[in-house]
Structures are given as C-alpha cells and as structure tokens.
Design a protein around this ligand. Structure first.
Ligand SMILES: C[S@@+](CC[C@H](N)C(=O)[O-])C[C@H]1O[C@@H](n2cnc3c(N)ncnc32)[C@H](O)[C@@H]1O
Length: 261
C-alpha cells in the first residue's frame, strides 16, 4: 500500500514540479542554480562513495530493533550491513545535495536524526569542518559501525549519541544554544516527525534550515509535511519529492516550491 502511495505521489510530483525557469524568487533561483542543480564533482564525493562501496560489499549481520516506522523493504531485525548501505543511507544524489547545502550555508550547529552507517553524516562533516554535528542513532550496533566509519574518514567534528530520539532529542535541545541545520531522517511517522520538528523549532532562528527525508513515504508522512509547510514560522519550502527543505527567512513571502530534481 505504501509503495502504491509513493508511485501515485511521484506521478503527481512530476506533473507539478518546475525547474529554475519557473521560479521568480531570487533566493530560490540562486539556490537552484548554485546548489540544487550544481553538477560540480567535489573531490570528497569519491572518497565517501568508496566508503559506501565497502559497506555495500559487507555481508556482516547486524541485529537491530527499529525504533522508527521500519523499512519498506524488510521487517527482519537481522539485516546485513549491505542492506543498511543500500536501503537506509541516502543515495549519492541526495547525500551530495545535503553536502552542497551545508557547504553553501555553512551552518555551525547541525543535528541529524538517524545516523545509520554515517554516510550522510560524513558528507555534512566534510562540507564544513568548522561545524559541530550531533547525530542520534537508536541502534547501538549500527552506531558502532558509524563510529568506525568516522575514524576511517578522519572526521572529528561529529558528536554521536545513541538512544531513542524520544529521550535523547529533548536533552540535545536543552544543551544546544541554536540549531542551524537539521536533517530529519528516522522514524517516518506523522506524530513523531511533528514532535521532533516542534522541539527543534524551539531553538531555530530565521536562518535555520530543516531538511526532511521521505516526505511522501506514506500518507501520514505527507500529512506531516503538509502541516510543516503550513506552520506559521515556515516561509519557503522546497519539495524535491525525496527531500523537503524548509526555510524560516523573515524577508521572504510564504511560498511552497515543487522543484524537479
Ligand atoms: C534512514 S536511516 C538514516 C540514514 C542516514 N541519515 C544516512 O543518510 O546515511 C534511519 C535511522 O534512524 C534510526 N531510527 C529510527 N527511529 C529512531 C528512533 N525513534 N530513535 C533513534 N533512532 C531511530 C534507525 O535505526 C535508522 O538507522
């Protein structure tokens, strides 16, 4: 049923989406040309994709209780590292877009909900070595593999936290002065997503950027995305189908863009 919803939503997205020529906002126009449609091959892409390749060939079994809404591909608790690399990590296209967003906006305080093997975390960490990244993962075994990956990549601007977002996120919010960039990539349920969004909103400002993964993953995720777009503090949103980007810029009139990517 979820797969059918995804296909139907994708069809609608293709009909609605526009490229830079259909956009009149100077901010969004620049963002499209300089970041979203930027085809430059940064040298770090190759290094991180090499790491991904080693994980894709790794058949080691990892036992995890999924604390989120689970996977569309399997319900098994025992999955190989290959499975996580293929089905949990953001694909190169989207992980590299997140790299470019961090590289362009240079956020200082980054939070990721859902580390998994740490592929996208590596992209964010390499995009701005001065940023401090906090990443939360519920599965200890997976988090340990991510730690190893950060060591391999010689990254030292990542703080890893292990535990359920429901208990760890409130502590992060209390201890962090401001969130400049948040990547919501775990627990694809409506109530949970809105709850995490509202918590992060407390320490966001007009320059913060929130990125939501899989906003069409299910009907309830689409409802969450619609509520986020309608939130009073949200001004510009960019719907790329697999990712939804949210801005709080005060100088901008409220507008939701559906962009072909
Ligand atoms: C899609 S994966 C993250 C992928 C990663 N951001 C990347 O692109 O490489 C989502 C992760 O969130 C974790 N997760 C889901 N719900 C959670 C929860 N409630 N608390 C903690 N971790 C959770 C899962 O264990 C899973 O590893």
């Amino acid at each position: 049923m979820k797969k059918l919803f995804l296909v139907y939503s994708y069809f609608k997205y293709r009909l609605k989406s526009v490229n830079a020529h259909g956009v009149h906002s100077p901010f969004v126009f620049s963002l499209l040309n300089d970041v979203i449609y930027n085809t430059r091959k940064y040298y770090i892409y190759e290094e991180i994709e090499l790491l991904r390749k080693t994980l894709v060939y790794d058949d080691t079994l990892v036992i995890c209780t999924d604390l989120g809404a689970g996977s569309l591909n399997t319900k098994k608790q025992e999955r190989t590292i290959r499975h996580h690399a293929l089905h949990s990590a953001k694909s190169p296209k989207y992980a590299q877009l997140i790299f470019r967003l961090v590289n362009y906006f240079q956020p200082s305080h980054i939070l990721e909900l859902g580390t998994s093997l740490g592929i996208t975390t590596c992209y964010m960490a390499k995009a701005n070595s001065k940023s401090q990244i906090t990443t939360i993962e519920g599965c200890g075994e997976i988090a340990a593999i991510a730690t190893h990956n950060f060591e391999l990549m010689e990254i030292n601007n990542i703080k890893q936290l292990t535990g359920n977002f429901d208990t760890v996120l409130p502590l992060v919010i209390t201890e962090t002065e401001r969130l400049d960039f948040v990547f919501f990539d775990g627990n694809h349920r409506k109530e949970a997503t809105l709850n995490y969004f509202n918590q992060c909103l407390k320490i966001a400002d007009a320059n913060s950027i929130f990125v939501f993964d899989d906003v069409y993953w299910s009907a309830e995720m689409k409802e969450a995305w619609d509520e986020i777009k309608n939130n009073k503090q949200v001004t510009v949103t960019i719907d790329l189908f697999y990712l939804g980007i949210v801005f709080f810029r005060k100088e901008q009139v409220k507008q939701n863009f559906v962009i072909r990517f």
